[in-house]
Ligand binder design. Structure first.
Ligand code: IPE
Ligand code: IPE
Ligand code: MG
Length: 254
């Protein structure tokens, strides 16, 4: 039996998020440039998107470039931005053929203008697609996002538009860049690091975490299936007791 057949089709997560890490180490192990690791990483993205589409996952968020990644050598940042444009153009047809909608989260306006334009074009072209929503986190950091919301709320309060008594988690969530997606049920991080590196801190409050030592360029469909199977074997309790969960069945949330 293949790994895929072990997946329970009735319990597919709606939203999976991935911290795609380890491109540099993958390249170093081979004595080649880090940028070649990033290029190979695009193949892993393609495989993962394909697997997610086949499973009927609705949202896939990929951490592609963090706010902190701007601190990397100029050469590497430029190579990543060029790779982004090239990959989007190459995959445009795949997005259309597979009914995939592209979206972004993060401070995308800070990207080089060419990358920003190509992204906006791909987002507009795929906006009518209704299958998988592929969300690229670009120039994204969770603290940046949360501070942005805090500022927005402060401005609304100081201008008298918002009563502080009405500030709650629902309002806060509605102002995040992720407001139109549900929180991820599953977060995967590759490369053997056990940290979340400023990714979706608010949104992963009750997300199941899955860590694998596989370096991102080696990640493939079977690795993805394995993560889903692992997720399906867990009991999500949201603060309730195990007995309560069993009695009330699935569908309990925070
Ligand atoms: C992830 O791989 C890609 C980005 C952060 C852009 P890394 O480039 O971080 O690879 P390592 O962690 O150095 O191996
Ligand atoms: C996290 O990876 C960001 C992305 C995958 C885009 P990093 O390689 O930047 O994370 P740290 O620095 O190891 O925490
Ligand atoms: Mg890294």
């Amino acid at each position: 039996m293949s790994l895929k057949e072990h997946i329970n089709k009735n319990e597919i997560p709606v939203h999976v998020a991935i911290i795609m890490d380890g491109n540099g180490r993958w390249a170093r192990k081979r004595g080649i440039a880090r940028t070649l690791g990033h290029e190979k990483g695009v193949d892993a993205v393609r495989e993962t998107v394909e697997a997610a589409t086949e499973l009927g996952i609705k949202y896939l968020t990929l951490y592609a470039f963090s706010t902190e990644n701007w601190k990397r050598p100029k050469f590497e940042v430029e190579a990543l931005m060029k790779l982004l444009v090239r990959s989007i153009n190459k995959e445009r047809k795949t997005f259309m053929d597979n009914n995939i909608q592209l979206m972004t989260i993060g401070d995308v306006e800070s990207l080089p203008s060419r990358s920003y334009r190509e992204l906006q074009k791909a987002i507009a072209d795929t906006s009518g697609n209704t299958g998988l929503t592929l969300i690229l986190a670009l120039s994204y950091s969770s603290r940046w996002e949360i501070v942005h919301v805090a500022k927005n709320i402060a401005l609304q309060v100081s201008s008298g538009k918002l009563d502080p008594a009405n500030v709650d988690a629902t309002l806060f969530t509605s102002l995040l860049t992720t407001h139109s997606f549900p929180d991820p049920e599953l977060l995967i991080r590759t490369s053997g690091e056990f940290r979340v590196s400023n990714f979706l801190l608010w949104q992963i409050a009750y997300t199941e975490l899955y860590f694998t030592s596989t370096l991102w360029p080696d990640f493939n469909k079977d690795e993805f299936y394995q993560a889903i199977i692992d997720y399906q074997g867990r009991e999500r309790r949201f603060g309730y007791t195990s007995e309560q969960i069993k009695k009330r069945g699935k569908g309990l949330t925070t």
